[in-house]
Design a protein. Sequence first.
Length: 179
Amino acid sequence: MHENVEWIMLSEEQIATRVKELAATLDRVYEGHKPLVVCILKGSVVFFSDLIRNMQTTMDVDFMAVSSYGNGTVSTRELKIKKDLTEDICDRDVLIVEDIIDSGNTLYALKKLLIARKPASLNIVTLLDKPQRREAPIEPDYTGFVIEDEFVIGYGLDYAEEYRNLPYVGVLKRSVYEK
């Protein structure tokens, strides 16, 4: 599996340090509140798990599975909800945990959907942000790392459902996906 990694962009140690910093920030933001922390499956599960383990805030958790990529590397711009929330978010403080914001199309559509459900607040934390690829008018409230325009895998991020279990964020060799 590692033979398809061109180079390691973010090491395990860099990620762990930044996740702890984000958790501390979010603890301050949600002090005195009980947010609903929403993991966007599947890519965010590793980041989500590490983030909530580092947070001291009392919280509820829920999960959504959404996609606009299928098995490719380019967004189809069509939001597909594969698993919706089980919790009612009306008048709740909601924190969306995302792995990466690239074009922003998926998250923009998801945010519109969730805002219509009338949460008290809705914030977005993302591990990775690629602002130079943004097509939709959306920005995260909290960001782990701003990265260059590379196709990244590992730490939950995949290519065709592979590489999620790498403990770091690496750049996938172009020869893997440019066939």
